[in-house]
Write a protein that binds this ligand. Sequence first.
Ligand code: ASP
Ligand code: MG
Length: 403
Amino acid sequence: MRIIIQKFGGTSVATKSSRSLIVNKILKAKEKGFLPVVVVSAMGRKGESYATDTLIELVKRENPEVKERELDQIMCCGEMISAVVMAAVLQANGLDAVMLTGGQAGIITDSNFNSARIHDINTESILDLLTKDKVPVVCGFQGVNSNGDFTTFGRGGSDTTASALGVALGAEMIEIYTDVDGIMTADPRLVSDAKILDKINYSEICQIAHQGAKVIHPRAVEIAMQKNIPMMIKSTFSEAEGTLIGNFTDEASNSNKVFDKVATSVTYLTDICQIKMFNLDDHASVNVFKLLAAEGISVDLINVSPGQLMFTIAQSFMHCVQRKFESLGYKVEFVLDCAKVSVVGGGMREVPGVMANFIEALSDNKIEILQTVDSHTSISCLVEKKHLKKSLEALHEKFHLAT
Ligand code: ASP
Ligand code: MG
């Protein structure tokens, strides 16, 4: 069986005309001899009638503290509406489509409502449909726990459904359809000469997604990577080739082709607040991180040195943190409105001079670096948000990403 997963995001399923484009993508896959398994997100974006945010708002208007179990039961409805509509459209076009909830598709999760983890996938019902030449249309973002309650995977979780089904069914390819032509070297709204990448490694796209790019959920990539299933990021709205995600380092080591690029893309995160703390004893340092963990606040860009701490949090938590720390008498300094800018590239591993180029690009443009952090495949720095566009442009140029 040549199975292909075709996942369509919120904007792709949003309108009658976009849904007819989806029909063409599915028919094309069938023409090529694939058996498609369709996965859908909820229809539209924030503000639209059946979007996930709209459903959350509906309940939270009644009770902002509504329990996570109840929230999950309504959050699942967006994908159910979308999958029924899409199945109806496919049926109208002569395809024998069958709508499946996550549970009906065999996706079993733990009971961690709002951020459930998949325990098992029973592929029997999907395989049965495929052998009868039917087209399963599966609700993304959801599963079912052992009590039969609906659970969701966390925002953006429909990509995870696609990858998990891809792995469980041994799919040949996982296609993620969205409203952009592929993964780009930078956000084109900020960097005018950003270009589409024709391929990218799993590890690079994971980094890019973690560092702010919204095009695919990193968890989905991590799942597909376990079985080396290639993923394709494509647009529903064009015929562009898209970006292929795979493991090209293996390919490189088996051929004489030289992969000589240090960097693949520049990316960013905003709404970040930097926190600096001074004159702390060891006990206080431990306490700071314990307090943040207890509040469910994640920290990034962590720098610990004798008597001092420096780290970042999402700016929305700033007041809560300020109240807590000041009541304990800690000396705290906040730097608001920061952005984290990252250069990502599998090719920078053990290459000397990457940091020098990074710093030079910013200092040539008189952009002050507030903090840096690096890994084998990325360098990130914190800058004031007013310097975001200039920083991205400077790094994009310095690392020759447009060429
Ligand atoms: N509809 C869900 C969300 O908005 C899942 C997804 O679209 O991937 O987070
Ligand atoms: Mg998404």
